[in-house]
Every structure is written in structure tokens, then in C-alpha cells.
Design a protein around this ligand. Structure first.
Ligand code: ADP
Ligand code: MG
Length: 694
């Protein structure tokens, strides 16, 4: 088995080993440098790289190639082109020119541009991100690329991510310089994603219009059993699911993705998969690929993989924990406290930059994970609330508070703590992650950001994390460059940061009601919904942080703002229309049949002078809920035809008017499901969906 795994692992990836084997030493070295430094591919070597890549791909069964990118619509995009080129005399040759590798044209007009298209050319181009390896998927050579407009505006998730990595690298190195670490060539953020998902039987899925069109159930009464027994979490995995996981692992391993842990989650039919962390852009690509492969492999097992944040009401939804840290090319994890006083001081500076960043840019961090789907989870006592706060653990909090108060116990005496001179009192690392209710938790040598939704790419939250931390590191570095004594400068920065930003640190229970008022009294923001959060995206300080760090221009910010709002409104619009459709075409006609049956029973009973309250009262209940649905669907359709033109107003209208109407319709429909004879109900129920995989 071990041999087979090592053989399988990365077998579909044009990785370092393949490059070394197939390129001349000179080209390999140049390419390796490009990858390490994150620079553009040198055109001189493009021909040889393209040739080697094509030959390797063809030998491994590929017939086509595609630039693989992440447009702002959310899904990954590909446009397949075959290697075939005519060679005259009716014969063909397989060709893949260096320009195919470096630059590809894509008509940008069908992808969301949020207004950029009006002012710029419709054409866009894609260009290889050589730091993410090319791979073969379904016989297609996929080349990970960025997607930009002809005038250079980012049209994808990856471009700003790469720019944010560069900003972070620049500022982190400036900080390392003060600690004498000039041997560091590069600092890169690392990320490891834990992906939650549901598996349902494909045949049942195919009978639910809501699952097919919206990814979640829009109606459904609770099953008699939910997650209250806690018997699913870490429970024994069912055979069919095990077979799925086995296949999934193999497919991921072939693509060089280190799928590591897998287990059952809290809700029935819910599972989790964690990949081993990587440099952030690679991790983003790998998580996107993982989601795609999950869906594909599920189908092979007659299953459907649901990645939506809230596929079922009243039981847990799915999130994606994003573990984030900083690593130097010399192999040091900058969020590891270390053991010597020098390492400790350096760790504290990075920690403080993060504390300051998360406090000052809480709104951007909240925005980075905002979506119609995720709104159903945040604050629902299954996921952190919409309030951003940091968990440091009692020990670390005590340490930084005592630095603030100059009251560290050194040896046996209480005295001012001298950074770089005294070592931090040690704190048990394994004790740092007892609190699972925090949105942003320090877990020993990394932060775990627990707010992202399960279906979204982790590109945006990581871009924003990188950017805001880079901003604070820049502020710190500027200050240190201008102070006479660096040591006391560092000490001052740490004290000042803790004093000014400790309101963001919260070690208590994030699911507790009392935290909401406590957070409010601390002045922390609590944007409960996507429109409320997005209303702050273009606040001056937010646009400034993107512009000043070279991550997004003001115009790019505006375009993203429009795209995010549009996506929110479109998502709910589709849900609302699907719900109306299901009511008119499935639920009401089915219940009508049952109503007829009940009418017959009532008549029958009357004729025979029988006294049965059952048929009559059931009939009345039925009519009441049917009428409720009829009225609300009418009102829903009326409102959908009369939406405000302004994108923010429209999003608020979906949030404040459309969603409550949908909830009322659902209430009546769920009551009907409870009353209605099982054989009349027109679609699979929660019991079948959640307990249908054996
Ligand atoms: P838990 O269930 O306790 O949250 P898991 O073991 O399921 O943790 O997942 C931890 C995740 O954190 C994995 O994806 C792992 O690769 C990742 N991780 C570990 N160290 C780092 C790091 N330095 N930077 C980023 N991610 C990391
Ligand atoms: Mg976790």
C-alpha cells in the first residue's frame, strides 16, 4: 500500500522532480528560480518548458490543454484546446507553443467584471502562475493561470492573492531585518484548509429541484432524528462513504494534494477532509481542485457532494477552517513562539501586527467570507458569530498583558520584561486550542480562521489577511526605522498595540448570547448579513489598505464591490424563484390530491353519519397552509418583479423582504409535509436525504 501511494502521489503533476528529469540543467535552474522568487516566466526558456510539458502530458494520456483560472463568478474556468495542429498533407502534429504557456486569450465579456468592462476592453488574458504546478485532469493538461484584462485589471481571485503575498513578503522581510535575519530571501504565507461537506444519495438528490438549482433545501420538515445524539461526529464511517473517501484520496494524491485527515462531522451525512498546508496560492488552488474532485468522485459512487454552507435547516451547516501562518525560505514558522528571547520578541512583533490588523480591519475580514450561504451559519451556534475576535488562550493573553503592565515575573521577582533579553514564560502549546467557538484562534504556531464558508474559495480571505497584516508590518517597520534604540522601539510597539487593540482579544464562549452585548460595549462591529458587511467594503480605510499595498486599485475595489453584491442578489433571486416553482408545480398539486382524498373521506363520513373530527380538522389545517403559500408566493413574485436598481439597495431588499417571505412559505410547506400522507409528498424528505446513505 505504501509503495502504491508513493507511486501514485503527484503522478499527474508536472512537479519539481519531473522538471528536473525533463529539462536541461540550465533551464531547470532558471525555472526553479522563477518559482522560488514568484517572478514571471523568462521567455527564453518558455519554448523548452512548453515542449517538455507537452511531451510529459501526452505520454500521460493528455490530448488537450487548458488555462485553469478562477474568475470572480466563483467556479473554476477552463477552455480546452487540443494539441493538434495541421502539418500539411492531411496529417497532424501535436503542438504546444511557448505562447500558449505564457499567455492565453480569453474573452472576458462573459465573466463578471463589475463595471470594468465598460471602461476597458472586453478581452482578457490568462498567464501561467509558475509557482503552482501544471497538472493533468480528465486527460487535459491544466495550467494554473491568472486572469487579467488587457489593461491589467484583475478579473480573478488569484491576481490579488499573488499581489498580497508580495506585499506581505516585502514587509515581513523589513521586520526580520531588525532581528538580524537578513539571510531570509522570502517570507510566504501558508494555508491549510479543512473542508466540510455533505454526501446524499444521487437518486434522491435528482428529485429535489432546490438541491439541483440552489445547492440547498429550501423546504423540509425536520426528520424525527437530527444530530442530538452526537453519534455521527467521529463515528464509524459507512461503507459507501468509505469507498468514496478511498477513491477521493487516490484522485487527490495523483494531483499531488496531500489529503490527510478525514472524519465524520457533527450532522448526519456530514464529513470533513483536511489537506496538509502549503504556500498559500498553492493551497488555494488545491482546495479549489479538492472541491471539484469531491463532486466528481461522489457521482461515481451514485452520491452527490453538497458544498453549500447550509444544505439543511436546523442542523449544522458546513464551513472551511483556514489555518494561516508565515514561513521563511529558511524553514522558520514566524508564528512559532520559539525558545530564545530573540525568537520570542520577533514572534511577539508578528503576533502584535496580526492583533492590530484584525482589530482595525474587522470589517474587511468579515466581508472576506460574506455570502448568501454563509449568512445562514454565522451566529447560528454552530459557527462563530459574525463578530470578529481573536482567541489567544489564557496563558498567552496573560503573558502579553503582563508585558503591557511591566509586571512579568522573571526568576522569582516581578520586574519589567525586557524583550530580547528575557525569555517568554513558556506556555503549554497543546492548551491553546480548547476554544472552538472563536472565529480567529491562535493554535500554537498558526491562526485558525473559522469563519469561511464551505463552498467559497479561500483566495479572498487569505488575500485580505495577507494585505492587512502587511499593512501593519509596514507601519511597524517604518516606526522601527525611525527610532534610535530598536529594542526599546520594539518594546513600545508591543505595549502600545496591546493597550490599543486588546478589545479584539476574547477567550470566552463565542456562541454565548452575552458575547454579543459584550462585543458591542467593546465597540466591535457585528455585521449580521452580507449586505450590512458589504456596505463597508468601500470605506476609505479599506480601499486605502488595498491600494497602498498594491493589491487592488480603487477601480478594482469598486468592481469587486459590485460583483459581490450582484452575486448575493442573484443567489437569493434564484432561490426565491425555485421556491415559487416548487410550490406551484410540486407541493400545491400534491397536497391538492391529498385534499381531494380528505374531502372524499369527510363526505363519506357525513353520509354515514360518522363522527370523525380527524378528516375535517386535517382538511382545515391543509387549506390554511395552502392558502398561506398561495398568498406569499403571489407576494414574492410581485416583489421579485419590482426590485430597486441600486445594487446595495437591491441586496438589502433581498435580505429584508425576500428572505422573510421565503421563510414564511417554508413554514407553511413544512407544516404541510408534517400533515400530509407520506405517499402523497412529492419529494424526498430530510429523513431520506440525511439517513439515506448506507
Ligand atoms: P483541527 O481539527 O484541530 O482544527 P486538523 O488537524 O484537522 O486540525 O487541521 C489542521 C490544519 O492546519 C491542517 O490542514 C494542517 O496542515 C494545517 N496547518 C498546520 N500547520 C500549519 C501552518 N504552519 N500553516 C498553515 N496551516 C497549517
Ligand atoms: Mg479546525
Amino acid at each position: 500500500m505504501t509503495n502504491r501511494i508513493t507511486e501514485l502521489f503527484g503522478s499527474k503533476v508536472f512537479n519539481d522532480a519531473v522538471m528536473r528529469e525533463r529539462l536541461t540543467e540550465e533551464t531547470y535552474n532558471k525555472l526553479h528560480r522563477t518559482i522560488k522568487n514568484g517572478t514571471e516566466l523568462n521567455p527564453e526558456i518558455a519554448q523548452e518548458v512548453a515542449n517538455a510539458m507537452k511531451e510529459w502530458a501526452v505520454e500521460n494520456g493528455a490530448t488537450h490543454f487548458t488555462h485553469w483560472f478562477h474568475p470572480l463568478s466563483g467556479a473554476t474556468a477552463e477552455k480546452h484546446e487540443s494539441f493538434i495542429s495541421t502539418a500539411g498533407g492531411g496529417s497532424v502534429i501535436l503542438e504546444f507553443s511557448p505562447s500558449n504557456l505564457v499567455k492565453g486569450e480569453a474573452d472576458a465579456s462573459s465573466f463578471p467584471s463589475g463595471g470594468l468592462r465598460d471602461t476597458f476592453e472586453a478581452r482578457g488574458y490568462t498567464a501561467w502562475d509558475p509557482t503552482s504546478y501544471a497538472f493533468i485532469k480528465d486527460g487535459i493538461l491544466c495550467i494554473p493561470t491568472v486572469f487579467i484584462s488587457y489593461s491589467g485589471e484583475a478579473l480573478d481571485h488569484k491576481t490579488p492573492l499573488l499581489r498580497s503575498m508580495e506585499a506581505l513578503n516585502t514587509q515581513a522581510k523589513r521586520i526580520l531585518h531588525f532581528f538580524g535575519n537578513d539571510d531570509v530571501d522570502h517570507v510566504k504565507a501558508t494555508a491549510g484548509a479543512e473542508q466540510e461537506y455533505f454526501l446524499v444519495d444521487k437518486k434522491l438528490y435528482d428529485k429535489r429541484e432546490d438541491l439541483i438549482l440552489t445547492g440547498r433545501t429550501l423546504i423540509g420538515a425536520p426528520a424525527p432524528k437530527g444530530q442530538e445524539m452526537n453519534d455521527h461526529y467521529y463515528g464509524q464511517i459507512k461503507v459507501r462513504v468509505l469507498e468514496f473517501m478511498h477513491d477521493l484520496n487516490e484522485e487527490l494524491w495523483k494531483l499531488g494534494i496531500q489529503a490527510k485527515t478525514e472524519h465524520n462531522e457533527v450532522a448526519p451525512s456530514q464529513h470533513e477532509l483536511a489537506n496538509i498546508f502549503m504556500t498559500i496560492n498553492v493551497s488555494v488552488d488545491q482546495n479549489n481542485l479538492t472541491m471539484e474532485i469531491m463532486k466528481k468522485v461522489a457521482k461515481k459512487h451514485q452520491l452527490e457532494c453538497l458544498l453549500h454552507e447550509k444544505p439543511f435547516a436546523r442542523i449544522n451547516g458546513s464551513g472551511k477552517h483556514n489555518n494561516w501562518s508565515l514561513k521563511t525560505d529558511t524553514g522558520v514558522n514566524l508564528l512559532d513562539p520559539g525558545e530564545t528571547p530573540g525568537e520570542n520578541a520577533q514572534f511577539l512583533i508578528f503576533l502584535c501586527a496580526i492583533i492590530k490588523a484584525v482589530d482595525e480591519y474587522q470589517d474587511l475580514i468579515r466581508i472576506s467570507i460574506a455570502s448568501a450561504g454563509n449568512d445562514h451559519r454565522l451566529g447560528g451556534s454552530e459557527a462563530p458569530p459574525a463578530i470578529v475576535s481573536i482567541f489567544l488562550g489564557d496563558e498567552l493573553t496573560e503573558i502579553i498583558e503582563s508585558i503591557e503592565n511591566d509586571s512579568v515575573i522573571v526568576g522569582h521577582k516581578r520586574e519589567p520584561f525586557q524583550l530580547g533579553v528575557h525569555a517568554l514564560p513558556s506556555f503549554p502549546k497543546d492548551n491553546t486550542d480548547r476554544n472552538r467557538t472563536s472565529p480567529f484562534a491562535f493554535t500554537g504556531n498558526k491562526f485558525e480562521f473559522r469563519m469561511p464558508g464551505s463552498s467559497a474559495s479561500i483566495a479572498t480571505p487569505n488575500t485580505i489577511l495577507n494585505t492587512v497584516v502587511a499593512e501593519e508590518l509596514k507601519y511597524f517597520a517604518d516606526r522601527l526605522e525611525n527610532c534610535e534604540d530598536v529594542n526599546s522601539g520594539i518594546q513600545d510597539l508591543i505595549k502600545e498595540t496591546i493597550r490599543n487593540h486588546k478589545r479584539i482579544i476574547f477567550n470566552g464562549n463565542g456562541y454565548d448570547e452575552s458575547w454579543i452585548s459584550e462585543a458591542e460595549s467593546r465597540g466591535l462591529s457585528n455585521y449580521r448579513s452580507t449586505p450590512e458587511a458589504l456596505a463597508h467594503y468601500l470605506d476609505k480605510k479599506n480601499v486605502d489598505v488595498f491600494v497602498n499595498n498594491g493589491v487592488l486599485s480603487e477601480q478594482e475595489c469598486r468592481s469587486r464591490y459590485e460583483i459581490y453584491l450582484e452575486k448575493y442578489s442573484k443567489t437569493i433571486n434564484i432561490e426565491a424563484r425555485t421556491l415559487a416553482d416548487m410550490m406551484k408545480k410540486d407541493v400545491l398539486p400534491a397536497v391538492l390530491k391529498y385534499e381531494n382524498r380528505l374531502c372524499e373521506a369527510v363526505e363519506h363520513e357525513r353520509r354515514l353519519n360518522l363522527e370523525s373530527g380527524y378528516s375535517e380538522s386535517t382538511l382545515k389545517e391543509l387549506l390554511k397552509h395552502m392558502d398561506g403559500i398561495r398568498k406569499n408566493v403571489g407576494e414574492l413574485e410581485r416583489q421579485l418583479g419590482d426590485l430597486p436598481a441600486d445594487s446595495l439597495e437591491r441586496a438589502f431588499c433581498f435580505r429584508e423582504n425576500i428572505l422573510p417571505l421565503m421563510a414564511s412559505i417554508r413554514e407553511d410547506a413544512d407544516e404541510l409535509e408534517v400533515i400530509c400522507n407520506r405517499t402523497f409528498w412529492p419529494m424526498p424528505t430530510y429523513r431520506e436525504l440525511l439517513f439515506g446513505v448506507d
